[in-house]
Design a protein around this ligand. Sequence first.
Ligand code: FDP
Length: 342
Amino acid sequence: MDHAAESQRTDLMTVTCHVLNEQTKHPEARGDFSILLYHIVLGCKFVCTAVNKAGLAKLIGLAGDTNVQGEEQKKLDVLSNQVFVKALISSGRTCILVSEEDEVATFVEPSKRGRYCVVFDPLDGSSNIDCGVSVGTIFGIYMVKDKDTPTLEDVLQPGKNLLAAGYCMYGSSCTLVLSTGNGVNGFTLDPSLGEFILTHPDIKVPKAGKIYSVNEGNAKNWDEPTAKYVEKCKFSKDGSFPKTLRYVGSMVADVHRTLLYGGIFLYPADKKSPNGKLRVLYEIFPMSFLVEQAGGQAFTGKQRALDLVPKNLHDRSPIFLGSYDDIEEIKGLYAAAEEKEP
Ligand code: FDP
């Protein structure tokens, strides 16, 4: 990239303009989807500001502390959830909300109802907040079948039915990555403008990668295909270089790196957690949607991740996602293990 030329660019494309441009490709569109995304972006900006201040919490009384007025302050994940729930309901375009923070789904009251269901994790990776590691918001959007009679079936849909998905990473910069089913684009928040600017158009995950990303502390409980794969990453027998290990432990950061640099992110099943750790609806589906839209693959160990049909809102599944070729390899190992089974 020619950085000198980039710094002189004046044709800045904001995420709002980008979404409106996309809308013009659908003459029947009424702008509801653009309004919904505008509210999601607003929630992301709010959470970004809150996360940036997290390090000052002890000093100025944020997150779980008592402020100068003696009021109890909310923890960042609780605060983020409330911000998103309010932003989504006030868009007037949502019908059902499923949040990682809430045990049950929120059915929006009829007077504020719209056609969209949003599944989201308002602050994923929040165990990393106190040490300043990147965290993020993950979201997916479905269309309700009948907005007058919404049911849980409207959100217990396979990931392949998602209309859009994205995440916002609160890291060294604040980055929004979005797909409306027509490729993947990345936007970086310009804090002086308060706008997300298109900085990573048409993201494509490299076909093969040199990085593997997994919590190796769980290795003693892995199944054979996962163990074999990771062994191969380190001690390849075909003369290829060993892969590099990178694991932040914050899904948004690990998936973001995988999208940009390629490689594989794994959160497999293990003996202690036979369904893995990550949640299907608001972690696995949106990330798998983005990875597929960027030319990669997402696999559960048994099937394409986006074909899963969740039974419950907070279901979990093992997940392997990333570069096309790397996922082919792990698929091969699982297929071989299945053939061996009596
Ligand atoms: P966290 O527990 O910090 O909220 O699902 C949540 C998540 O983080 C993911 O963001 C991350 O990929 C994963 O858990 C990390 O799990 P391990 O600590 O078991 O590696």
